[in-house]
Design a protein around this ligand. Structure first.
Ligand SMILES: [Zn+2]
Length: 278
């Protein structure tokens, strides 16, 4: 009888063995998914995939489907990780980002977002927060909050010198500065609408969204985009020229006009006044 030779290995070697073993979980998941899709469990004599998992491997249905979903997240992260690394100002070694090795990690990523590129961004952020190591599920949730916050936060409001804030023709009157400094909020809403459009298009390509009628969706989004573009202040009222008269029939005493008011009523004299403002 021969004894199993115990070769002394370093911690690094041992951890590499564990790491290799853990990533094989995704190969297991891919095989399970294949068995489910091709209904190979019937060949094995089972009526349902659930019965098969339970009897053949002592997996409950929940575990098998979580693994399969986890494998999807794993490949989303693997396929988008380089792009995510380039987008983040990351301190971790770009060539050595570990990939998810546990189902719980992929579940935390999936709960944060369905978008493959965002999943990779959340993962890279979590790896960075974990100092380049495998992150825990709570670390992933924290990283997801950061990634989402940086995505939805409106661009930092700039506080320019009041007299220097300009529209495209020249400097604005002081009383309009607070109004112009809120234009970023409109831009942010425009971004949200663009994002919504993208998300509806994406889901409409999948089975769950296959019956979404995208024609009225497109028309509605276009209408919103148009309304957002024409609504906000564009320049000063060249008619009352900073006199801000309540009876001005162009700006109604507000001192500002939107883009359609500008292009509908513009005159050479008006443009000259706008460009000559100080
Ligand atoms: Zn006016």
């Amino acid at each position: 009888m021969t004894e199993i030779q115990r070769i002394p290995r370093t911690l690094k070697d041992n951890e590499a063995v564990i790491q290799r073993g853990l990533t094989q979980v995704w190969e297991v998941a891919a095989a399970l998914a294949d068995i489910r899709e091709q209904r190979q469990y019937r060949e094995a004599g089972f009526k349902t995939f659930e019965d098969y998992c339970q009897e053949r491997w002592q997996f409950n249905r929940d575990y098998a489907s979580k693994l399969i979903q986890g494998a999807e997240v794993f490949s989303n992260v693997r396929d988008n990780v380089n792009k995510a690394v380039n987008n983040l100002s990351t301190r971790v070694d770009k060539t050595d980002i570990p990939l998810p090795s546990q189902e719980a990690q992929t579940r935390a990523v999936r709960q944060a977002t369905d978008d493959p590129q965002e999943q990779a961004a959340v993962w890279v952020q979590a790896v960075e927060d974990a100092g380049g190591e495998q992150p825990t599920a709570p670390q992933i949730r924290e990283a997801a909050a950061k990634v989402t916050a940086s995505k939805t936060a409106p661009p930092p409001a700039e506080e320019p010198e009041p007299a220097k804030l300009c529209d495209q023709f020249g400097p604005l009157a002081l009383h309009l500065v607070p109004l112009w400094s809120r234009l970023a909020e409109v831009k942010e809403i425009e971004r949200v609408v663009r994002d919504l459009k993208k998300r509806i298009k994406t889901i409409a390509k999948t089975e769950v969204g296959s019956r979404i009628n995208t024609t009225p969706v497109d028309a509605g989004i276009r209408a919103i985009e148009q309304a957002l573009k024409l609504g906000p202040p564009y320049t000063e009222c060249f008619k009352c020229q900073r006199k801000v008269q309540g009876d001005c029939n162009l700006c109604r005493g507000t001192g500002w006009i939107n883009e359609s008011e500008y292009s509908g009523r513009r005159t050479e004299g008006g443009d000259r006044w706008l460009k000559g403002r100080e």
